[in-house]
Design a protein. Structure first.
Length: 176
């Protein structure tokens, strides 16, 4: 009996290790799903990605913002394909109606009676060296103050200002 139990435990451990080894590692959990691509054009080890993403469309209340999720996909996909995490420098510029998607969960819940599914995403992006800006013009228009934002989100004078400053710092704009 003990031998049979030991055998099944060992078999289960080997099976779970094989499954784990086949799964690509990700930096951002529960967001940023991607496909492994074999035989792709190689990415040089010295490549540094400095990319700004622009998001103006908000998510449906209680849903994740798929455009914001693109940053998680970019990070997870490139790390899984051999790019060093320190070589990925992303910025997210949020404006327009999407300004409410960077509200801290307690503030978001007051307005939409649902959890902000973007908070965990934004926090993980920031943990992975992404910079997150919200347009001060749009935020003010949508009654969003800097005190109501997810920790780490920066209030910029405007989205135009954030993009101009990021461009001066060497960021390219990712087209959607």
């Amino acid at each position: 009996m003990k031998l049979t139990l030991w055998f099944f435990n060992a078999l289960a451990l080997l099976f779970s290790a094989a499954i784990t080894a086949q799964q690509p590692s990700t930096a951002i959990d529960e967001f940023g799903y991607f496909y492994k691509v074999k035989n792709h054009d190689p990415i040089d080890d010295s490549t540094v990605f400095k990319i700004a993403f622009d998001v103006a469309k908000k998510a449906q209340p209680g849903q994740k913002n798929n455009q914001m999720n693109s940053l998680a996909r970019f990070i997870n996909m490139h790390i899984a394909h051999g790019v060093k995490p320190q070589n990925i420098q992303l910025a997210l510029v949020v404006h327009g109606e999407a300004s409410v998607d960077v509200l801290a969960n307690n503030e978001y819940k007051k307005r939409f009676f649902a959890d902000n599914k973007n908070q965990s995403l934004i926090e993980q992006l920031i943990e992975n060296n992404a910079r997150v800006f919200v347009c001060g013009q749009s935020a003010t228009h949508h009654d969003v103050s800097s005190e109501q934002l997810i920790n780490g989100v920066t209030m910029s004078l405007s989205a135009m200002t954030a993009h101009a400053q990021l461009q001066q710092q060497g960021y390219s704009l990712n087209p959607f």
